[in-house]
Write a protein that binds this ligand. Structure first.
Ligand code: NAD
Length: 267
C-alpha cells in the first residue's frame, strides 16, 4: 500500500540531504514531486537518481525570491495538475558560531543571510503555495530542527531561526485552518551537505565533513538513542505521515521530533 498515491508535492531544497530523501520516499509512496533549489546540476542529478524520474520536475530558483517560488508553484500545477503538499525545507546552518566569536558586522550580515533563507524562505514559500493548497485541502510541512526546541544545535543565529520557524509553523496552522494543515518535522543531526552562510565564508563548508572527520573512538552523542541513524533517508517517515490526509487528517500545528530523544535526556 502506498500512502501518497497521486499526490503532487513541491519541496524546497529538494536536490540534496533530507529534501532529496523526502523526494525519493514520496515518489516511492506514489507521489509526483517538484524539487526546487539554487543548484541546477544538483537538481538534475537528484532527478536522474529518483526511483521514478518521470515523476520528478526540477525548478531552479532561490527561496529568498517570491517570484521564483510563485514560478515553482505554477510549474508544479502545470505539470502535475494540482498541489497537495509543500515541504518548506531549504536551509543553511551557522556551524554553531557563538556570539562571542562574531563581531558586529559579521553578526549583522549572518543574521540577514541566514534568516532570509531559513525564515523568510519558508514564509514566502507558504505565501506562494497556500491558494493551491486550499483547493486540494492540502498541507505544508516545515523542516524544523532540534534547534527549534533546544540550545547548542546551532549558534544564536541558527537557533533563533529554527525557533522562528516553529512559531511560523504554529501561526500558519492557525491562520490556514480549516483548509490547510501546517506541521513540522524537527530533525536531529543528519549526515547531509548542509552549508553555512557565505557572509561567514562558510558557503563551501559542509556539515557532512564533520561526520566524515569523526574518529571511530569518539564518544557517542549524549542522547537516549545515541546509536540512532544519521542517514537522512531514515528521517523521512514523519514527512509521509504528515503529508497523508488519510493518516494525519486531524493533525495541525504539531512538530514531530525525530532527534534520538534529545528532549528526554536526564541528568
Ligand atoms: P542540504 O544542504 O543537503 O540541503 C539543503 C538544500 O537547500 C540544498 O539543496 C541547497 O542547495 C538548498 N538551498 C540552500 N539555500 C538555498 C536558497 N537560498 N535557495 C534555494 N535553495 C537553497 O542540507 P540539509 O541538512 O538537508 O538541510 C535541509 C533542512 O534540514 C534545513 O532546513 C536544515 O536547517 C534542516 N536540518 C538539518 C540538520 C542536519 O543535521 N543536517 C538537522 C536539523 C535540521
Amino acid at each position: 500500500m502506498s500512502w501518497l498515491p497521486g499526490y503532487s508535492v513541491l519541496i524546497t531544497g529538494g536536490g540534496s540531504g533530507i529534501g532529496r530523501a523526502v523526494a525519493d520516499r514520496f515518489v516511492t509512496e506514489g507521489a509526483s514531486v517538484a524539487i526546487f533549489g539554487n543548484d541546477a546540476a544538483q537538481l538534475a542529478e537528484a532527478a536522474a537518481g529518483s526511483p521514478d524520474p518521470s515523476r520528478v520536475l526540477t525548478v531552479e530558483g532561490d527561496v529568498r525570491s517570491s517570484a521564483d517560488l510563485h514560478r515553482a508553484v505554477a510549474a508544479t500545477v502545470t505539470r502535475f495538475g494540482r498541489l497537495d503538499t509543500l515541504v518548506a525545507n531549504a536551509g543553511i546552518w551557522d556551524f554553531q558560531r557563538q556570539l562571542t566569536r562574531l563581531d558586529a558586522a559579521a553578526l549583522e550580515a549572518t543574521f540577514d543571510e541566514l534568516f532570509s533563507v531559513n525564515v523568510k524562505g519558508y514564509l514566502l514559500a507558504a505565501e506562494a503555495a497556500w491558494r493551491e493548497l486550499v483547493k486540494t485541502r492540502g498541507s505544508i510541512i516545515m523542516t524544523l530542527s532540534n534547534a527549534s526546541f533546544h540550545v547548542n544545535g546551532g549558534g544564536p543565529v541558527y537557533t533563533a531561526s529554527k525557533h522562528a520557524a516553529l512559531g511560523l509553523m504554529r501561526e500558519l496552522a492557525y491562520e490556514l485552518a480549516p483548509k490547510v494543515r501546517v506541521n513540522g518535522v524537527a530533525c536531529g543531526g543528519m549526515n547531509t551537505d548542509l552549508r553555512g552562510p557565505a557572509s561567514l565564508d562558510m558557503g563551501e563548508r559542509s556539515i557532512g565533513a564533520s561526520f566524515a572527520k569523526k574518529r571511530p573512538d569518539a564518544p557517542p552523542p549524549v542522547i537516549p538513542l545515541h546509536d540512532s541513524s544519521t542517514d537522512p533517508r531514515d528521517f523521512t517517515g514523519s514527512y509521509v505521515l504528515l503529508a497523508s490526509r488519510e493518516q494525519s487528517g486531524p493533525i495541525t500545528g504539531q512538530a514531530i521530533s525525530v532527534d534520538g530523544g534529545i528532549g528526554v535526556r536526564g541528568f
